[in-house]
Design a protein around this ligand. Structure first.
Ligand code: 3HC
Length: 281
C-alpha cells in the first residue's frame, strides 16, 4: 500500500501524511480550499523542520518527504489510492458524507480507514456499499512522536483488511499496534476521557488550580503532561466530541462532558490551536 490518501490536513491528518511520506509512501491530502491546503503544507513543513532541528531527520530526507505529499481540493483525485485514511473533524454527518463519496470514487480493492477518536466504525462503514473494506486506524497526537496506532475492527470488517492495515502501521510506519472492538472510544479514549473530564470537574469546582492539578500528575505519576494541558493539546472541541460519543454509547456519568468544557468550546477556547484553553499560548 504505497499510495495513501488522507482526508483532512489538520493536526491529525498532517501528522499521518508526514509519517507516511517519511516512510516513503506517496501521499495525497484532501483539503476544502486553497487556504486550508496552504495551512496543511505549512503544518507539515513546521513539524519536519522540528525533526531536522532536533537531529531526528536529515535535511534531504525532509525534502524527499515533502516532495511525496500533494494537497488537493478535488476528492475525485483519490481514484487511484490503495488506502485512504479519513481524518476529518469529529462530526458524524461529515465523515459519513466522505465515506459515501470515497466508496463511489476508489477502486474495489481500496481500503477505507477512519482516524475517528470515538465514533463506532460501523456507522461509517454503513455509508458504503462494501462495509468489509472499512476499518478504524486511530493515531495519537502528536502523530510523529507517539508510537501507537489503534486498529478498530467493526462487525463487518474483513480480516484481510485488518491484516493489511496492521502491517502498514507496523512494518511501513514503524508504529506499535493494538486491536480494539468497535465500541465508542475504543481502548485508549475510553480510559483517557473520563480522566480528563475528572480533572476538568476538579478545576471547575475550585478544588485546586490548573497548575497544581497538572503538576500533581506530572511530578506525582510521571505523566509527560498534566490532564488540563493535555486537554489543551488534544483540543477542547475534540475532547467534548469524544465525551459526547462515549456518553451516547454507554450513558454512564463518568463520560458526561463537564459544563465548563462545553462552555469553553462555546466561547471558542479550544486549547493550543486557538491560543487559549486552560492555559494561554
Ligand atoms: N509535532 C512534531 N514533533 C513534536 C511535537 C509536534 N506537535 N511536539 C513535540 N514534538 C517532538 C519534539 O520535537 C521533541 O523531539 P526531540 O526530542 O527529537 O527534539 C519531542 O517531541 C519532545 O518534545 P519536547 O521536548 O518539546 O516536549 P516534551 O518532552 O514535553 O514532549 C510531548 C512533548 C511529546 C507532546 C509529550 O508531552 C507527550 O507525550 N505528551 C502526552 C501526549 C499524549 O498523551 N497524546 C495522546 C493524546 S490522546 C489522542 O491523541 C487521541 C485522540 O483521539 C484524542
Amino acid at each position: 500500500m504505497n499510495k495513501l490518501g488522507v482526508i483532512g490536513g489538520g493536526t491529525m491528518g498532517a501528522g499521518i501524511a508526514e509519517v507516511a511520506a517519511r516512510a516513503r509512501s506517496t501521499v495525497l491530502v484532501l483539503e476544502r480550499d486553497e487556504e486550508a491546503a496552504d495551512a496543511a503544507v505549512a503544518r507539515i513543513e513546521k513539524s519536519l523542520a522540528r525533526a531536522v532541528k532536533s537531529g531526528r531527520l536529515d535535511k534531504d530526507a525532509s525534502a524527499d518527504a515533502i516532495g511525496r505529499i500533494t494537497v488537493t481540493t478535488t476528492i475525485e483525485d483519490f481514484a487511484d489510492r490503495e488506502l485512504v485514511i479519513e481524518a476529518a473533524p469529529e462530526i458524524l454527518e461529515l465523515k459519513v458524507d466522505f465515506f459515501s463519496k470515497l466508496d463511489a470514487i476508489v477502486g474495489p480493492d481500496t481500503i477505507l480507514a477512519t482516524n475517528t477518536s470515538s465514533i463506532p466504525v460501523i456507522k461509517l462503514a454503513n455509508a458504503t456499499k462494501n462495509p468489509q473494506r472499512v476499518v478504524g486506524v486511530h493515531f495519537f497526537n502528536p502523530v510523529p512522536v507517539l508510537p501507537l496506532v489503534e486498529i478498530v475492527v467493526s462487525l463487518k470488517t474483513d480480516p484481510t483488511v485488518v491484516d493489511k492495515v496492521t502491517s502498514f502501521a507496523r512494518d511501513t510506519l514503524g508504529k506499535k499496534t493494538i486491536q480494539s472492538k468497535d465500541q465508542a472510544g475504543f481502548i485508549v479514549n475510553a480510559l483517557l476521557i473520563p480522566y480528563l473530564c475528572s480533572a476538568i470537574r476538579m478545576f471547575e469546582s475550585g478544588f485546586a488550580s490548573a497548575e497544581d492539578i497538572d503538576e500533581g500528575m506530572v511530578s506525582g505519576c510521571a505523566h509527560p503532561m498534566g490532564p488540563l494541558r493535555l486537554t489543551d493539546t488534544v483540543g477542547l472541541d475534540v475532547t467534548l466530541a469524544v465525551a459526547e460519543s462515549l456518553y451516547a454509547e454507554f450513558r454512564e456519568q463518568q463520560y458526561a462532558p463537564p459544563v465548563l468544557l462545553q462552555r469553553m468550546v462555546d466561547a471558542g477556547y479550544l486549547g493550543r490551536k486557538t491560543g487559549r484553553g486552560f492555559y494561554t499560548y
